[in-house]
Write a protein that binds this ligand. Structure first.
Ligand SMILES: NC(=O)c1ccc[n+]([C@@H]2O[C@H](COP(=O)([O-])OP(=O)(O)OC[C@H]3O[C@@H](n4cnc5c(N)ncnc54)[C@H](O)[C@@H]3O)[C@@H](O)[C@H]2O)c1
Length: 253
């Protein structure tokens, strides 16, 4: 029996692909959106039962609006939305060289995109359903030269609680902020660098995360068992953001 129909953005690669496979395995129907035509074609050729794919730029309001009409006609009511699509490379030039075009594109895809999906798609959600925004621990911690990505993810956490207040009680809205999730085997070319043993060891949980870790939390947050949870951010990073790091040894205090 179908567990419901959910929409996942950025479904053709990486974490979105991992979550898509996970939800299909757990008897959900998935409407997957992505901007990457090559990855969409490859996934389409796999002919996974219960999966429908659409080529779309989440930052294009007209395209999102047109899609909402199509979904209403062909897909019916939704029981969940996962805003996962993003310009996922956190780094750019130093702040003094950062181009306005790069800043605006990252904000458009990573922050405006989820807003547009919620604006045009949340009306298609059944009462009692939920939205999940995929954030990042980079909303709270940074490496150099990652201002656009960090700002967009920080904004997404604020957008999450704002939406929870506006769309409740019919629809709950939460954010999942992953740390390092290994998506190297979830790319069309399978060429991404896998984490080293040291990368795994540095995590208090003993390993880098997998797409299934995030998908399992997302499944819980979409379920009625999470009915009292809304407006929250859940960090899933193997404990990395709780590790105190002093490169030259322990500090006095
Ligand atoms: N992998 C990690 O370690 C990690 C850590 C923290 C947060 N995240 C977040 O998880 C999500 C997925 O990241 P990932 O690592 O799988 O990256 P990825 O680049 O492998 O996947 C991103 C997907 O989004 C799609 N996409 C990009 N722009 C789009 C647009 N304008 N419209 C529609 N689709 C678009 C891409 O084509 C791709 O399929 C992102 O929100 C990312 O910020 C990932």
């Amino acid at each position: 029996m179908s567990q419901g129909k959910i929409l996942i953005t950025g479904a053709a690669r990486g974490l979105g692909l991992g979550m898509t496979r996970y939800f299909l395995r757990h008897d959900y129907q998935v409407l997957g959106l992505d901007i990457d035509k090559y990855a969409l074609t490859e996934l389409d050729e796999a002919q996974l039962p219960g999966l429908q794919l659409v080529h779309l730029d989440v930052a294009d309001e007209q395209a999102v609006q047109t899609l909402s009409r199509l979904v209403e006609r062909q897909f019916g009511r939704l029981s969940g939305i996962i805003n996962n699509a993003a310009v996922s490379l956190p780094y750019h030039e130093s702040i003094r060289q950062l181009s306005l075009a790069h800043w605006q594109r990252v904000l458009a895809v990573n922050l405006t995109g989820p807003m547009l999906i919620c604006k045009h798609m949340s009306g298609l959600l059944r009462p009692g359903s939920a939205i999940i925004n995929i954030g990042s621990t980079r909303a709270h911690q940074s490496e150099p030269d990652s201002e656009a990505y960090a700002a967009a993810k920080g904004g997404l956490i604020a957008l999450t609680h704002a939406l929870a207040i506006s769309l409740g009680p019919e629809v709950r809205v939460n954010a999942i902020s992953p740390g390092w999730i290994d998506v190297s085997q979830l790319q069309p070319d399978r060429q991404g660098a896998a984490p080293s043993p040291e990368d795994h060891r540095q995590h208090p949980a003993g390993r880098v995360g997998e797409a299934e870790d995030v998908a399992a939390l997302a499944r819980f947050l979409l379920s009625p068992e999470a009915g009292f949870i809304t407006g929250q951010e859940f960090i899933i990073d193997g404990g990395m953001s709780k590790r105190m790091i002093y490169p030259d040894g322990p500090a006095a205090d």
